[in-house]
Ligand binder design. Structure first.
Ligand code: A3P
Length: 278
């Protein structure tokens, strides 16, 4: 469907990730970076709407509203979030010859599993039998996930980023947690909007990091009021479900040593020879 109904522009930037890897956070960081000359941080649209309303999801728009004429009205660069695998995009978008860009964020699969399980439990219809953690763990390890196996999803984008670093930026949730300003500068430069020395001196980088922090976003009134995001399955997911702990290593509270070892060994085997370590 994307091949028929979406017409990419050379200036488009796609935020891509497997689910629960930090899309909400990156949405805010990318929007605030791209539009930093338009708004004051004290009265920023993110404070009023949150990051989802201002940064469309390509997946749900394409699948629910095609042909999507509203895309034509978006300011340049158009920013879109998607969980689609790299191989699902048309060559016209992924070829190094096309100018649109991809920002990919990945996360430790053990934390992804925990985050995803909590999320699925919250959004699952009450009419369905609840999904046990052991069941979710088995499905995840066996590669049964909404957007395909976690490891293949990551590897496709990793390889693309190695082949065309100017086209695909590969980020890690843990790195952004550890050094948000460093990673944000990398992101801005990749987007073609590097921070000037004056902006850095004026604290713009830190302002964006603060605006987009878990503490700020998760406490926004709009996220507590009950609005939500329409997913491609027509389900509306309440904003509050996009914020849980926002930490690194929560898996330690859930996984047995045997479970940790199994996930780590799948990761090691899948990523062997790729140069990617998590
Ligand atoms: P946890 O469930 O581990 O807390 P996504 O946005 O891709 O669905 O990812 C959701 C995960 O990112 C959740 O992880 C959520 O809490 C975390 N998250 C949301 N906003 C964040 C932010 N500003 N900073 C760090 N983590 C954030």
């Amino acid at each position: 469907m994307i091949h028929d109904y979406f017409h990419p522009l050379s200036t488009d930037i796609f935020l891509t990730a497997f689910m629960r890897c930090g899309t909400t956070w990156l949405r805010a960081l990318m929007f605030a970076t791209a539009n930093r000359h338009l708004y004051k941080f004290s009265d920023h649209p993110i404070h009023h709407t949150g990051p989802h309303a201002i940064f469309p999801s390509l997946d749900s728009k394409i699948l629910l509203e095609y042909p999507v004429s509203t895309f034509d009205r978006l300011p340049s660069p158009r920013l879109f979030a998607t969980h689609f695998a790299h191989s699902l995009f048309p060559i016209s978008m992924t070829s190094p010859l096309s100018a649109c860009k991809f920002v990919y964020v990945c996360r430790d699969p053990k934390d992804v599993l925990i985050s995803k399980w909590h999320f699925m439990c919250k959004i699952r219809s009450e009419e369905l039998t609840p999904i046990s953690f052991n069941e979710a763990y088995e499905l995840f390890c066996n590669g049964v996930s909404e957007f395909g196996p976690y490891w293949d999803h990551v590897l496709e984008y990793w390889k693309a980023s190695q082949e065309s670093p100017e086209k695909v930026l590969f980020l890690k949730y843990e790195d952004i947690k550890r050094e948000p300003s460093v990673e944000l500068k990398k992101l801005a430069a990749f987007m073609g909007m590097p921070f000037t020395a004056e902006e850095e001196k004026g604290g713009v980088v830190e302002e964006i990091v603060k605006l987009c922090s878990f503490e700020n976003l998760s406490n926004l009134e709009v996220h507590k009021e009950g609005g939500g995001v329409q997913t491609f399955t027509q389900l509306v997911v309440e904003y509050k479900n996009y914020f849980r702990k926002g930490t690194v290593g929560d898996w330690k509270n859930y996984l047995t040593e045997e479970m940790r070892e199994r996930i780590d060994s799948i990761t090691e085997a899948k990523f062997k020879g790729s140069g990617l370590t998590l």
